[in-house]
Design a protein around this ligand. Sequence first.
Ligand SMILES: NC(=O)c1ccc[n+]([C@@H]2O[C@H](COP(=O)([O-])OP(=O)(O)OC[C@H]3O[C@@H](n4cnc5c(N)ncnc54)[C@H](OP(=O)(O)O)[C@@H]3O)[C@@H](O)[C@H]2O)c1
Length: 341
Amino acid sequence: MTEKNVDAIDTVRLGEAGPETGVQGLGCMGMSFAYGPSDVDESRATLERALELGVTLYDTADAYGAGENERFLSPFFKAHRDEVVIATKFALAIPPDDPTRRVIRNDAPYIRDAVEASLKRLDVDVIDLYYMHRRDVNVPIEETVGTMAELVREGKVKHLGLSEVTGDELRAAQAVHPIAAVQSEWSLFSRDIEAGVVPAARELGVALVPYSPLGRGFLAGAFANADKDLTAGDFRRQQPRFTGENATANAALLEPVRAVAEAHGISLGQVALAWVQQRARVHGLPVVPIPGTRRRGRVEENVAATRIVLGEEDLALLEPIAAEVAGDRYADMAFSSAGRE
Ligand SMILES: NC(=O)c1ccc[n+]([C@@H]2O[C@H](COP(=O)([O-])OP(=O)(O)OC[C@H]3O[C@@H](n4cnc5c(N)ncnc54)[C@H](OP(=O)(O)O)[C@@H]3O)[C@@H](O)[C@H]2O)c1
């Protein structure tokens, strides 16, 4: 057992039927995928430090480095099997004729293959939280969730989650099997889910797991312009809001974030994380953000944000930001819930 800090972060239940986790999780994607080279030893130390601080929800997906991220996390998960909640995802298939492409698959044969492959790579008997990563509109969601529910009955998966679904899709899914959590982008820069998905989640007793709560690092000041600051293969160079004139315009939107940070003596990233965490009170549902980091110092900084409460004046200053962001969160918004709402 890991020696826990006496002041480990608070815990919350992920949806009415879900597991209990720390109020902040850890996004592990960047350790193997999408955000440039990683230091393997520092990533491992980050996982251990997060656990010491009370972080128990660890987020990965089969698509992160074509299985590489799940393989990387496996020794950590096995060493702490009873202390961690393992969350992984299926749906982004690699077509046999072109390993560089991804196609969305939500059909039963694909899901059955995907879960076996994830269990094997993770080298565990059961996945604690299994998400549909993206929605394939050619397969009725009732059918997809029906297959996921069979995995629960068979003991391969404990709880179900959905990523980037609309409010209506969530309602249809919940009618088939309890959904513990919806994972979607939610941050000072990305608030589209507040229109349909968040009210549906609150109504149904489903938790929200905000991904990219730091705006993929932009809100924390980790980079200002993806073209100039990030390496060639970095995914953020494909995201319209982080490149060219949009990046310049969006950097100016950080002024109120900076003002709030200075007023409280905290970092920009902590303002962004405290704001997301406070959505739980504002909207009345469990919220467990999963900021991604590969560095111990940053996980400490991020976890500390769970204890920061922003005042009404701070919230008012931050309120207008999202509506002014230039550029979409993805180059093709059809893959996001907002593209279908
Ligand atoms: N469901 C989905 O479709 C989906 C999509 C995207 C992501 N996700 C999940 O959500 C997790 C989090 O999202 P994300 O990683 O895209 O974005 P994020 O959490 O908003 O930001 C991560 C970036 O911020 C940097 N960072 C973290 N803490 C920082 C701090 N205190 N100060 C300065 N920079 C800091 C990280 O760099 P370092 O790593 O170098 O610290 C990394 O580049 C992912 O790991 C993944 O598990 C899911």
